[in-house]
Design a protein around this ligand. Sequence first.
Ligand code: 8YV
Length: 308
Amino acid sequence: MNHLLLLAPLPDFLLQPLRAAYVCHDGVTDLEGVLAREAGLIRGIVLAGGTIVPEALLERLPALEILSVFGVGYDGVPVDVCRRRGLRVTNTPDVLTDDVADLAVALVLMTSRRLAEAERFVRAGEWPAGPFPLAHALRGKTAGIFGLGRIGAAIARRLAVHGLHIAYHGRRRQPVDYAYCSSLQELAAVSDFLIVACPGGGATRQAVDNEVLAALGPQGTLINIARGSVVDEAALVRALEAGAIRAAGLDVFENEPQVPEALLASPRVVLLPHVGSATQETRVAMAGLVVENLAAHFGGRPLLTPVA
Ligand code: 8YV
């Protein structure tokens, strides 16, 4: 049996088929021990979206052939290094697009209609004392999508149905009817909702900074379903505290699972524990892709969803 290194906590429905077909080593709680004993045997790594794989770790695994990401984002994988070494990298695109896009819409609705606050209002018994304050409508507002990839495009389609205008910024203009903005700051300036849907990693690190938040403005809301690394979290806290933006809906954070105290304390921020793809159906489909990509690789067949 081939040996795999598991670098992230994985659900049972993924662990079971992996353990049936491979010798699996726990790299989460015992990485150094595994490396000391088995480094020369490891031929595959399984990791989650966002798991950081240091280049130095790859260097300690001479038999490594493939990294299989249980997630769409592979920003924690040094893909250039993998390409140079001939290591294959796979991820789980498409199967999670609808769920993540649905969650972005949920955050848009939760922030615009103040739904989390309204729910807390009922539970706290405040309703008999008077009605909940009026919120804001979606119709006629503009959603600015940062990163019009598979997920960004699915968010755009959904929000268009809710009556929003769609603008976007990304590496290149696309053959779509939405308004293209050549910079993120320009996109923020025309947006009521700035929605981060781009990949993480060096190219987008802290792209949403002071200037972008200032351009979004006091009527603006930031939504992030991508990676915490894309947003300068300290700048976001300052912008919320100063009323420089109205609200934020966040499923991802710079230092998960840690959430800054200032965000926890802010009533205008909706906080979710990175659950964009977290449904039974989608996670089972993602697990299936991880298993099938590994089986294809070790069976000498073409990979289903290669990124390198
Ligand atoms: C998951 C993700 O949190 O797909 C991604 O890139 O961030 C999420 O789907 C994760 O990968 C599941 O372990």
